[in-house]
Every structure is written in structure tokens, then in C-alpha cells.
Design a protein. Structure first.
Length: 285
């Protein structure tokens, strides 16, 4: 089945001026950026959303849901889901960039040490829909949704964070399928002339480019393209040689007493880098 590559980013990614073209070259068609978190907003969103739009990407935003937040005394207090929805909507409006993707509510355990509850999340979803005038997507993992989701939530398109292979995806009830799937947060980009490997979240939209356009309800023509990253026999041979070289070196170190701790750490790093490269290739088969 056809899929469309989408990246999601936040202020953690920093300056991406050297990366936008790399994203396009890889086949990425959409960028979704964190707009707000609880009752806080992200300046990074306002600074970046216009750049992504001008670069030709379909753009979207997401809000990080907080069940509780710290007050000035350092105590955890409930965070109003209604105020969160208002904060999210107001900040996207201030950016003055028309969004292609529907709004997204990101529900995770991180930043929520006391967990998340159905009532608050459901209220936030309802108020986001009322303010934006669009049905929001819900982003979360199977482990969270399995104990959180209720009948009726299937009306919210599912953006599933599940780092596995497609045949092993677990779809929590009440959904029957995923709309978007975040399959990796470890695949990296490296600009020309740089050695820096910057990890970027990778997601598939479950359908063709035409189906994505229909899902977004937007007008205009967006030609379907195939991600340029593919696995050729040359790629496979090269990667096998790299792995064999690393293995040979580790055997040499293990069979002598000259191997230092630094040598061992170097081998671990090389193995990790090779594995990451394999993951990057395999996820684009």
C-alpha cells in the first residue's frame, strides 16, 4: 500500500535551515510542529511554521497535553483541558499560517507523572474541535491508549507512535486502523559537509498522496512522489561489508589484551551507527 512520509518536529530540533531540502529529497511531504504544551506556547512554532510552508510542505501543528503542571511552589496542580485547547488555538492563530493538517492532541506519559485520564483528554479533544472547526487527530502509543480510549474516539483519526515493523503494529480499540504511524524517532539526517546526525521523527500517512489530499480536505494538486531512499543490492553489499569489518575488529580486540575501554566504546559506537543505517533503509522498503 502507498504511504506518504511526514516529519514532526519541535524546538528540540533547533535550526533546520540546512535540512529542509534534505527532507524534500527524501520524499517528505508534510511537517507537523509542536505549537503548545499545557498552558505554555512554543516560539519555535511561530518562527518555523512559515518557513516550512514557504518551502512547499503541507503543514500542521500539535499540542502536548498536560494532566497536571507545576505551580510556582513546585506542586503539581490540575491543568485545565479547556484552557489548554484555547492556548493551542490562540497560538496557532497568532502565527497567521493556514494549516493543512487537522489539529493534533499529543497524549503521552512524559511530563505527566500522575498519568493521564479519560475525562480531561476527552474534554480537550472536544474543545479543540469546537475552536478549530475540524476533527482533531489523537497522537499516542498503544500502551497509553489501551487503558485510556473509549468507544466514540474512533471518530478521531489515529496517529500511532509504535516503533516496530508494520506487520507487528498493535491497534488499540476502538480503532480498526491507523491514519498516521510514527515508526521511528532515531533516523537521522546529515547535511553535506557536516558530521552532525540529527534525529527526526519519521511518520507514514496511510495512503497515497491523493488520499492524503482528500483526508486534509484541501484544494490543489500535489503530485505523488516516492521517497528517494531505497535499498539496492549495492546498498546491502556495502552495509554487509561494514558490519563484517566491525565484527573482525571486535574479534581482534577480544583475542588480545591490548584492547582498551576506549577501543571497546569505539566498537560499540560503530555497531550502533551501522544498525541505525540499516533501520533507516529498512523503514523505507
Amino acid at each position: 500500500m502507498e504511504k506518504v512520509l511526514i516529519h514532526d518536529i519541535s524546538y528540540y530540533q533547533g535550526d533546520l535551515s540546512s535540512y529542509w531540502q534534505l527532507f524534500k529529497d527524501k520524499g517528505c511531504r508534510g511537517i507537523i510542529i509542536q505549537s503548545s504544551n499545557g498552558l505554555a506556547y512554543q516560539n519555535y512554532y511561530k518562527e518555523t511554521i512559515r518557513i516550512a510552508k514557504d518551502f512547499g510542505f503541507l503543514v500542521g501543528s500539535y499540542h502536548y497535553y498536560r494532566q497536571h503542571i507545576n505551580n510556582r511552589e513546585g506542586s503539581w496542580i490540575p491543568c485545565s483541558p479547556i484552557r489548554q485547547a484555547e492556548n493551542y488555538y490562540n497560538w496557532t492563530q497568532k502565527a497567521m499560517v493556514e494549516l493543512d493538517f487537522p489539529p493534533v492532541l499529543d497524549v503521552e506519559n512524559g511530563g505527566n507523572p500522575q498519568g493521564v485520564g479519560y475525562s480531561g483528554v476527552n474534554s480537550c479533544l472536544q474543545h479543540i474541535e469546537r475552536l478549530f472547526g475540524r476533527t482533531p487527530m489523537i497522537y499516542s502509543s498503544p500502551s497509553i491508549l489501551n487503558g485510556l480510549a473509549r468507544e466514540g474516539w474512533e471518530r478521531y483519526p489515529l496517529w500511532l507512535a509504535h516503533y516496530t515493523t508494520e506487520d507487528k503494529i498493535f491497534i488499540p480499540k476502538p480503532w480498526k486502523n491507523w491514519t498516521m504511524w510514527q515508526f521511528s524517532d532515531r533516523i537521522t539526517y546529515t547535511p553535506a559537509g557536516s558530521t552532525l546526525k540529527k534525529p527526526i521523527d519519521h511518520n507514514w500517512f496511510n495512503g497515497s498522496m491523493d488520499e492524503l489530499v482528500d483526508f486534509l480536505g484541501i484544494s490543489g494538486s500535489y503530485p505523488s512522489i516516492t521517497p528517494s531512499v531505497s535499498v539496492s543490492q549495492k546498498d546491502i553489499t556495502s552495509l554487509k561489508i561494514q558490519i563484517n569489518n566491525v565484527i573482525d575488529k571486535s574479534i581482534t580486540i577480544a583475542s588480545t589484551t591490548r584492547g582498551t575501554e576506549a577501543d571497546i566504546e569505539s566498537i560499540k559506537t560503530q555497531v550502533s551507527n551501522v544498525i541505525d543505517e540499516w533501520v533507516s533503509h529498512l523503514n523505507h522498503l
